[in-house]
Ligand binder design. Structure first.
Ligand SMILES: *[C@@H]1O[C@H](CO)[C@@H](O)[C@H](O)[C@H]1NC(C)=O
Ligand SMILES: *[C@@H]1O[C@H](CO)[C@@H](O)[C@H](O)[C@H]1NC(C)=O
Ligand SMILES: *[C@@H]1O[C@H](CO)[C@@H](O)[C@H](O)[C@H]1NC(C)=O
Ligand SMILES: *[C@@H]1O[C@H](CO)[C@@H](O)[C@H](O)[C@H]1NC(C)=O
Ligand SMILES: *[C@@H]1O[C@H](CO)[C@@H](O)[C@H](O)[C@H]1NC(C)=O
Ligand SMILES: *[C@@H]1O[C@H](CO)[C@@H](O)[C@H](O)[C@H]1NC(C)=O
Ligand SMILES: *[C@@H]1O[C@H](CO)[C@@H](O)[C@H](O)[C@H]1NC(C)=O
Ligand SMILES: *[C@@H]1O[C@H](CO)[C@@H](O)[C@H](O)[C@H]1NC(C)=O
Ligand SMILES: *[C@@H]1O[C@H](CO)[C@@H](O)[C@H](O)[C@H]1NC(C)=O
Ligand SMILES: *[C@@H]1O[C@H](CO)[C@@H](O)[C@H](O)[C@H]1NC(C)=O
Length: 859
């Protein structure tokens, strides 16, 4: 009963809003007078339920101080900045008071009758009040028939001689004497509590038994006849001897949960002079029905044989944060009921088959934050009830020892690959390892029953063998943040990695260097609700690339420059902050969508800003005016009238185009053959030239293989007698040992044209950009264009524009794009040769070439 009321009160007091209530005022129920410089109890309405008076200067409370407040349940009168006197029956006008908080007052005078007249008081807080042992000895708490919790921690109590009136406190549950200096505690002192059941008895940090020598024979059991749920004896500086003697004297008293943390038992690392606990240390607890034993934060180095032998009822043993390095044979012998074993944060380096003998019921073993490098194969296999194994933050390189259990934590180890063991887990955590091979991911995705798979912060990037993904898996959540899936996907492989994950609901792919999403990669994810693609390098989302039922999308910190609002149709939440929007008219539909959408936008709108053009850099999209683009809309009506006309024309064009596209390779061959027949060899009777080379081909050395097979072999005379051009390129024609700049200069000036193969690598290569600059400056001085730019790969106009050197060129002149369809290559090469051989006249602009109608650009 008391418990439930308490809980209810607690909930009311905690949850009730004090928002809106100005300080030093009252709303009838709550009177909030904290820090109001009060020296007396203020007048409040008699409907007040909570009176909050901490941090004032009230120095006197007596029977006339309070008006009659029948409703008052909570009085907070702690932390007064003046020495306090509390007179007789000081609170008698508050007959329904439940909680009285007087903590952190300097109580100078406390009447023995101060707390009389409080029959409903549940909780009395008298922590840090400078009270002496007299407060226990002299019956201050008599008649408090409802009192359940008494907090006397942090006072100057040296002896726990209790007044006989404690006997009458029939509701007493929890009593806290922590942070007093109580050097001894003997049987007769707590006599008034005999026969009681207490949920908590606090003696933390009291120097109990450790400062003075104790006459254990005469002192005998202070807790005789009591049932204690939790006995807190932590931070008392107990050695093995004291613990042993204490467990001997309390023989028979019931203590469910014994807290002995922050002890000084054990030899520590590198010492021998202090004992580790042995068979006798806890033997006395055998009949106390200890269920939870907390021994964390100490110096135990070696778990000796049979050290917990008598603790037959123990269910939880916490040995965390000791220095455990050795587990002797049969260390856990006798722990027949143990379910949770916690040895985290110790110094274990290896585990042997015999380490966990004697734990028939253990279900959860926490071994995180040790230094475990090897585990013998059988170590966990005979633990039939084990379902969770936590091995995070160790030094494991293999996991062949994993038994058939449900939950496995293996994060923060050194796993570089996984043996193909039979997993039965439904939760596998493998983050912060060194997994690289996607075949391990496929293997894990094939684990039957697996529901949660966490692989954040690995190096998943390599994909060779194409593996068959398994169908209808149970996986619900997959975490792949901070891997390198881009490297795998850009090889064109492993695009089916999410195939068959029909039940997947949550997928994290943030920070994977992704600059594209493989087409259809999310097709099977029909249940997916949350997808994070944050912190990648995506520049666009093609329509239909997102899962159909997606509700929450995080695509912040990418490089989207003009997203299509149609992609976000199914969403409820979207984070699209910190992208690189190009604020031109094409972005208008998105800007309007942002302004109108019902989708909840996460993050601040000021973080949705323009990246280009420079004049709008950093301006929030919500501040962009759409007016300048309105003219386009005026054109709409005109456009419609043209629509009919265009449709007809387009249909005709389409048919022609279709024929050409389908057979253009063949057409081109025919054309070439005819040209050769008609013009014979006249075309290429290359007139003597002033140039040493026809063209200097400038490309990144990483592209050499490709350039050689795709271009050089088909153009350069030295590769084949069919070819006519004399080409120059670094790998063959640069003079070794010569300064690289001089080589470039010579090549640029010694060639009719400079052909730049602009690829991703080119843009990263300082020498390439340097060569481009030289060629450009030659164009300026010759007053004719000598530069031909061929864009290779999926670089978008926008990505090109970001490079200052290239931007200047592209703004004035056009460039060639390497065709994506193989059948266009012949035609392209012919065109390129034409450009190389064409003599530009000064002033005249380079011929514009538009290949966009033939090639489909994927960005
Ligand atoms: C309390 O007194 C201090 C110092 O005199 C003053 O700064 C502060 O504003 C006063 N607080 C109230 C609520 O009156
Ligand atoms: C009670 O305290 C007030 C000041 O708060 C004081 O004036 C009064 O004399 C006190 N009454 C008794 C009986 O001490
Ligand atoms: C309070 O306790 C005293 C002595 O312990 C007793 O005489 C008195 O009757 C009690 N008062 C109430 C209201 O129970
Ligand atoms: C523990 O008890 C034994 C036997 O009474 C005694 O000899 C020893 O000194 C005690 N140890 C401590 C630390 O009190
Ligand atoms: C083991 O103990 C540590 C430290 O007390 C704690 O953080 C961790 O949660 C515990 N593990 C379990 C399974 O209770
Ligand atoms: C990746 O795993 C597959 C299958 O186990 C294997 O064939 C391949 O050699 C591995 N690749 C690397 C780089 O280890
Ligand atoms: C897997 O799919 C098959 C047919 O596609 C179906 O019969 C079977 O019940 C599914 N299994 C599960 C666990 O959903
Ligand atoms: C956003 O919508 C409001 C009304 O819905 C409109 O007044 C405002 O001009 C719009 N802003 C933009 C940038 O479209
Ligand atoms: C937003 O919600 C309102 C009411 O629920 C609806 O009328 C409106 O069409 C929705 N707008 C969009 C863009 O979905
Ligand atoms: C829009 O611009 C005005 C003036 O420059 C500024 O005060 C306002 O905060 C901006 N609004 C947003 C959402 O950025």
């Amino acid at each position: 009963m008391v418990d439930q009321l308490d809980l209810l009160l607690g909930v009311i007091f905690m949850a009730s809003p004090m928002l809106g209530l100005s300080p030093c005022s009252s709303d009838g129920q709550i009177a909030l007078f904290r820090s109001c410089n009060l020296t007396q109890i203020p007048w409040v309405l008699d409907t007040t339920e909570r009176l909050l008076l901490s941090f004032n200067y009230i120095s006197m409370v007596n029977a006339t101080s309070f008006p009659f407040l029948e409703q008052l349940m909570l009085l907070e009168l702690g932390t007064q900045f003046a020495p306090m006197t509390i007179g007789r029956e000081a609170f008698r006008n508050l007959p329904n008071l439940r909680i009285l908080d007087l903590g952190q007052n300097q109580i100078e005078v406390l009447s023995p009758d101060a707390f009389q007249g409080l029959p409903n008081l549940l909780e009395l807080r008298l922590f840090s009040c400078g009270l002496s042992s007299a407060v226990l000895r002299d019956g201050y708490f008599r008649n408090l028939s409802s009192l359940a919790r008494l907090d006397l921690s942090g006072n100057q109590i040296h002896s726990l001689h209790l007044h006989s009136s404690f006997q009458g406190l029939n509701s007493l549950e929890a009593i806290d004497f922590s942070f007093n200096e109580i050097f001894t505690l003997c049987e007769d002192e707590l006599k008034p509590l005999q026969g009681k059941t207490l949920s908590f008895f606090g003696l933390k940090s009291t120097s109990l038994f450790s400062r003075v020598s104790v006459a254990w024979e005469t002192c005998t059991n202070p807790f005789r006849g009591m049932w204690l749920e939790t006995l807190d004896l932590s931070s008392n500086g107990w050695t093995v001897d004291i613990t042993g003697n204490f467990s001997n004297i309390i023989r028979g008293s019931q203590v469910s949960s014994l807290i002995l943390t922050h002890h000084i038992m054990g030899s520590g690392f590198g010492f021998q002079n202090i004992k580790d606990p042995d068979r006798d240390t806890f033997a006395g607890l055998g009949r106390s029905s200890v269920t939870f034993l907390y021994l964390s934060h100490g110096y135990i180095f070696s778990l000796n044989s049979r050290v917990f032998e008598t603790l037959k009822d123990l269910k939880l043993l916490n040995l965390a944060s000791n220095k455990i390095n050795k587990i002797a044979d049969n260390a856990f012998y006798g722990l027949d009921s143990l379910q949770v074993l916690n040895i985290s944060c110790n110094l274990l380096g290896e585990l042997y088959n015999s380490n966990f003998y004697g734990l028939p019921r253990v279900a959860y073993i926490d071994l995180q934050k040790n230094h475990i490098g090897v585990i013998q194969y059988q170590t966990f296999r005979f633990l039939e009830n084990l379902h969770t194994l936590d091995l995070r933050d160790n030094a494991l390189k293999t996991i062949h020892f994993i038994p058939s259990i449900l939950t496995v934590f293996l994060g923060g180890n050194k796993l570089a690959d996984l043996p193909r063991i039979r997993f039965t887990a439904n939760f596998i955590q493998l983050s912060e390892n060194r997994l690289e091979n996607l075949s391990d991911l496929y293997f894990l995705l094939g684990v039957p029953q697996l529901q949660f798979l966490i692989l954040n912060q690995n190096r998943l990037s390599s994909c060779q063998a194409v593996q068959a993904p398994s169908e209808n898996l149970s996986l619900e959540q997959l975490f792949l943040s901070e891997n390198m899936l881009q490297l795998a996907w850009e090889t064109g492989l492993c695009w089916d990695v999410f195939k068959g994950l029909l039940r997947l609901q949550i997928l994290y792919l943030n920070s994977n260097y992704l600059n594209f999403l493989p087409p259809g990669v999310f097709n099977d994810l029909v249940s997916l609700r949350l997808l994070s693609l944050s912190a990648n390098r995506l520049t666009a989302l093609s329509p239909g690339s997102l899962p159909a039922n997606l509700e929450i999308l995080d695509i912040s910190r990418n490089q989207l420059f003009s997203p299509d609002p149609g992609s976000f149709a199914s969403l409820r939440f979207l984070d699209i902050t910190h992208n690189e929007f190009v604020c031109q008219c094409e972005l208008i539909p998105f800007i309007i969508w942002l302004n109108q959408t019902n989708v909840t936008l996460l993050g601040s709108l000021t973080d949705v800003y323009c990246m280009y053009p420079d004049s709008l850099l950093g301006v929030s999209l919500s501040n962009i005016s759409t007016k300048d683009c309105d003219e386009e809309e005026a054109l709409q009506s005109l456009k419609f009238s043209l629509f009919i006309l265009c449709t007809v024309a387009l249909t005709l064009l389409l048919i022609t185009t279709l024929i050409v596209i389908k057979f253009r390779g063949g057409c081109f061959l025919c054309y070439k053959t005819i040209q050769r027949l008609v013009l014979k060899d006249k075309v290429r009777s290359s007139e003597p030239s002033t140039y040493r080379y026809d063209a200097y081909f400038c490309f990144s050395s990483r592209d050499f293989e490709w350039a050689q097979s795709a271009l050089l072999k088909h153009l350069d005379a030295q590769y084949s007698s069919h070819n006519r051009l004399r080409l120059c390129f670094e790998e063959r024609d640069f003079i070794p040992g010569e300064n690289h700049i001089s080589n470039i200069q010579a090549a640029v000036w010694g060639s009719r044209k400079t052909v730049c193969l602009v690829s991703r690598q080119f843009l990263k290569d300082g020498w390439c950009l340097e060569a481009f600059r030289y060629a450009q400056s030659r164009s300026l001085s010759d007053l004719k264009s000598v530069v031909i730019v061929v864009v290779v790969g999926s670089l978008s106009q926008y990505q090109l524009m970001r490079h200052e050197t290239i931007r200047g060129f592209l703004q004035k002149q056009q460039y060639l794009r390497w065709p994506e369809d193989h059948q266009d290559v012949g035609w392209f090469l012919n065109k390129l040769s034409g450009h190389i051989l064409k003599e530009e006249r000064g002033e005249k602009r380079s011929n514009t070439i538009q290949l966009q109608n033939v090639v489909t650009t994927i960005s």
